[in-house]
Design a protein around this ligand. Structure first.
Ligand SMILES: *Cc1c(COP(=O)(O)O)cnc(C)c1O
Length: 497
């Protein structure tokens, strides 16, 4: 297989292979690494039917990770997608009311972030080995709630790494916070900041771009890398489940060969839906990628007007993992829309930094609308959707998945499109018991999050996931807090520099 190179979205002067890209996380010029071209799925979809999740993961990922040796990549995959997942299908597809729910929450932290973060640590470790890097790799992560726990779980006790997670003190659910603060592993660190997710993400990006900061780490034998979806090592594993859902629909005889489908993706940082876009460009017959936002509807505005405007208040919604105003991965989509013209990207990024907004060209907007549709749901609509789905089908969905369902309803009303549709189900209802149960019946409003877990189990006919049992009794192991401007010094303190 020929080598696939990666470039920064902001300059053309460097081409590197996957191992380097995964170790570095973000490009030195502040841009994001993107593949020089998107490889094609050359086998007909119907010929992939016999592959289980692991075999398919290998088939898709080796197209990108061309400098990983075959047995090494296979080993990474088998360490990631095993009985850590509570469903042998890894990403089961459940049909309810004519819709297909791709349940991506059967991993150890109950959100779709596990799909990528259970493999990224292994990829990173192997990449560092291949490149003869002897430094300690410090994984720096900003989280809106789910990435943090998934990164901690993925990197805990991985030799040669430390993982530091910053989360917005008031921006995550109680269950999410407790999942993180009870994390075991001597190389794990969790810090609450007095700001929003955007503050945390901005802080992390600034640290990555701070040359003198990185030089100090360097002389102390450390280097930074990222577990956020700015790391392409997060995105590549996510392409797999789009292919997986399509071939499952064929296998179940729900669609014929090459029949187009829609996918609805609850979106925040634009990583998940971008993986879907890559899958489409690689050859998965996807009609529309439906971008579902909550009331922080910057992307809805962007898709419908061509103007990206972050100048607004961040709202705390019932789908906190999507409470984001600056969607990092959009830069990777823009790069495709402008046919890899880095000067266009630089001017848009510059405008976003200086003026808080940018506008895409007409040509880019036309291309955008070929592949995407954008809508949003309010909290009230989200709650009503949870109740409707439960009342009609006895199926409980979490708030993020409900945003997608609510948006899908609007899409059908608007377009009358009746293609088969996959709802990307990003979190378990057990992760947001308070909102989910309140939606089903107001009487649960007064219950504590932790007591509600039993109720979710009763209503959904599923037992409480292992990872949440007794969580309220587990010892809190992390209690660091810092001001949003002190993230750098906090890192030095942790690393004893
Ligand atoms: C992270 C997350 C999202 C948003 O995914 P992006 O890749 O950031 O767009 C949606 N739902 C849940 C539950 C998440 O954890």
């Amino acid at each position: 297989m020929s080598d696939l190179y990666f470039l920064s979205t902001r300059s053309n002067n460097e081409k590197i292979l996957a191992s380097q890209v995964i170790v570095r996380g973000i490009a030195g010029d502040g841009g994001l690494y993107v593949p020089e071209l998107l490889p094609k799925i050359e086998k007909p979809m119907s010929c992939l039917e016999d592959m289980d999740y692991k075999a398919l993961a290998f088939y898709v990922m080796e197209k990108f990770l061309t400098d990983f040796k075959e047995p090494v990549l296979r080993e990474c995959i088998s360490r990631a997608y095993n009985d850590k997942f509570d469903n042998p299908a890894i990403a089961p597809l459940t049909e309810k009311g004519g819709l297909y729910f791709l349940e991506l929450y059967h991993g150890p932290t109950l959100a779709f972030k596990d799909m990528a973060l259970s493999i990224l640590p292994h990829l990173l470790k192997e990449a560092a080995k291949e490149l003869n890097i002897n430094k300690e790799i410090v994984i720096l992560t900003a989280t809106s709630g789910d990435t943090g726990k998934a990164a901690l779980e993925g990197f805990a006790n991985i030799e040669g790494t430390k993982v530091i997670v910053f989360y917005p003190k008031k921006g995550v659910s109680r269950i999410q916070e407790r999942q993180m603060t009870t994390q075991k592993g001597s190389n794990t660190y969790v810090v609450a900041i007095d700001g929003s997710f955007d503050d945390a993400q901005k802080g992390v990006k600034a640290i990555f771009n701070d040359k003198s900061f990185n030089e100090i780490l360097n002389v102390n034998n450390c280097m930074l890398s990222s577990a956020n979806s700015i790391n392409i090592g997060r995105l590549i594993p996510q392409i797999v489940y789009y292919v997986h859902s399509y071939i499952n629909l064929i296998k179940l005889d729900k669609i014929s060969k090459n029949e187009k489908i829609n996918v609805v993706v609850p979106t925040g940082n634009f990583g998940d839906i971008l993986a879907g876009y890559y899958a489409k460009k690689m050859g998965v017959p996807i009609n529309k990628l439906i971008c579902a936002s909550n009331e922080n509807n910057v992307l809805y505005d962007f898709i419908n007007t061509g103007v990206y405007n972050r100048k607004r208040e961040l709202k705390a919604t019932l789908s906190p993992s999507m409470d984001i105003l600056v969607s990092s991965n959009l830069e990777r989509l823009l790069y495709e829309l402008c046919s890899h013209d880095v000067s266009v990207i630089n001017s848009m990024v510059g405008s976003l930094n200086k003026k808080g907004e940018f506008t895409i060209t007409r040509d880019m907007k036309e291309k955008l609308l070929e592949d995407f549709y954008g809508e949003f749901a309010t909290d009230d609509q989200t709650l009503k959707t949870i109740k409707d789905i439960y009342d009609n089908y006895g199926y409980l969905v979490d708030t993020h998945t409900a945003v997608a369902c609510s948006v899908y309803k609007k899409y059908v009303e608007d377009t009358k499109d009746n293609l088969k549709t996959v709802i990307i189900s990003t979190a378990s209802p057990f992760k947001f018991p308070n909102s989910v149960m309140k939606a089903v019946n107001k009487k649960f409003t007064s219950y504590d999050d932790f007591d509600l877990l039993e109720k979710v189990a009763e209503l959904s006919n599923c037992s409480i996931p292992k990872s949440l049992k007794d969580i309220s009794k587990r010892r809190i192991l992390h209690s660091m807090v810092c001001k949003k401007d002190d993230m750098g010094s906090t890192i030095f303190k942790i690393l004893k520099i």
